[in-house]
Design a protein around this ligand. Structure first.
Ligand code: OSB
Ligand code: MG
Length: 392
């Protein structure tokens, strides 16, 4: 499926030349279902469990690398689904990777250059390769990426609730646990009133909102945005459609509150375009949405050069994906609290031997080699829906 002869055209000259080559010989896909402790609703849908795909790579020496595909099951956040990711991994990404020799995960861009899109699927394998690479160098993933923070500041993303009273209880609970900022999901009909109520009750809490592209640039919706602009919010995340960068730029000119883009930013190129247009003052870096750690770091570097603060978004990852998010969030440009909370917020049992936790609003970045977490194989088996392996 790939053409080995020309895959080495891309090579970062700053990479150490001593890296030893890695060849992945087997890719295992595991579909795992975890129930959510509390159902979660956004502007598009409600969910009470998550089906994610864990990928396990084995290299020529028997070392293992892990990654997680955190695609939602339905195409309501982005275009991908659980099934599209499973088939993209099985039919394209895994076959192209197996048998290829590489020294650095950035070379995988060449291995996968013919495959367009399918970024959530790609992110899972990209992360697993970075895990293998960091283990080969006996370094933490954070340090392999160039980060050095030992902790990251944790925030929470709270879904749409049945009532404002219930939302206030949720906010109170998480502020009480020490989380550093609260993000509220909004949607037409659930915006000015709930946000004003939270702001009135918690006047000093860092607060922001996320619309998941549910608004459009109509007079009615811009009135909502102007009302939100008076509530001392840290940012308004993705108010308009994914591809409508000009509408975001126009809105940003009208508002004092910074606009943050999530869904719109699918690569360093889209980030560059968005920033050039003035469509955002903040960017949410999500490893899954960007197709992996290589592109996530590239967006980080671009934003750092442009003086744009970034934070790490999440997709309710299990422990494997959460560890990858922590590693990227250890880079120096991640100056705002992200959506990396303790896994106990989401799941009664995660698939790690020691689940990732938040203490007084901070989460520790793993320091052991690679992702730095231990997968609980029994937990994976308990929650397994399906599995397969791809070999040469
Ligand atoms: O837009 O950031 C989002 C969850 C699923 C899909 C999209 C989003 C989210 C979140 C939750 O906001 C982030 C998290 O807690 O992992
Ligand atoms: Mg978002």
């Amino acid at each position: 499926m790939s053409t080995p002869s020309d895959r080495r055209t891309y090579r970062d000259p700053s990479l150490p030349s001593t890296a030893s080559a890695i060849t992945v010989v087997r890719v295992e896909l595991m579909a795992v279902r975890l129930p959510l402790r509390r159902s979660f609703a956004t502007s598009s849908h409600r969910k009470d469990h998550l089906d994610h795909i864990l990928v396990k790579l084995t290299d020529q020496d028997g070392a293992e690398g892990w990654g997680e595909c955190a695609s939602p099951s339905h195409p309501y956040y982005g275009p991908e689904t659980f099934s599209s990711c499973w088939s993209a991994l099985r039919d394209y990404f895994a076959p192209a990777l197996i048998g290829e020799r590489w020294d650095h995960p950035e070379e995988l861009e060449t291995v996968w250059r013919r495959i367009r899109g399918n970024l959530f699927a790609r992110a899972a394998l990209d992360t697993a390769c970075w895990d293998l690479y960091a283990q080969h160098g006996n370094r933490s993933l954070a340090s392999a990426l160039g980060g050095s923070a030992e902790h990251v500041e944790a925030g929470v993303s709270l879904g749409i609730e049945e009532s404002i009273g219930e939302l206030l209880n949720q906010v109170e609970d998480h502020v009480g646990q020490g989380y550093r900022r609260i993000k509220l999901k909004i949607a037409p009909g659930w915006d000015v009133a709930p946000v004003a109520a939270v702001r009135a009750r918690f006047p000093d809490t860092p607060l922001q909102v996320d619309a998941n592209a549910a608004y459009s640039s109509t007079v009615e919706h811009r009135t909502v945005m102007r009302a939100l602009d008076t509530m001392a919010l840290r940012m308004i995340e993705q108010p308009f459609a994914t591809d409508d960068l000009l509408a975001h730029a126009e809105l940003q000119r009208e508002l004092t509150t910074p606009i943050c883009l999530d869904e719109s930013i699918t690569s360093a190129s889209t980030a560059h375009t968005a920033l050039s247009l003035g469509a955002a003052k903040i960017i949410n870096i999500k490893v899954s949405r960007l197709g992996g750690l290589t592109e996530a770091r590239r967006v980080h570097d671009l934003c750092a050069r442009s003086g744009i603060p970034v934070w790490c978004g999440g997709m309710h990852e299990f422990g494997v994906g959460r560890a990858a998010n922590l590693a990227v969030a250890a880079l120096p440009g991640f100056t705002l609290p992200g959506d990396i909370s303790g896994s106990d917020r989401y799941f009664t049992a995660d698939i790690l031997s020691s689940p990732i936790t938040a203490t007084r609003g901070r989460v520790r970045v793993p320091s052991a080699a690679g992702l730095g977490v231990t997968i609980d194989r029994d937990a994976v088996r308990t929650h397994l829906l399906d599995q397969m392996s791809v070999t040469q």
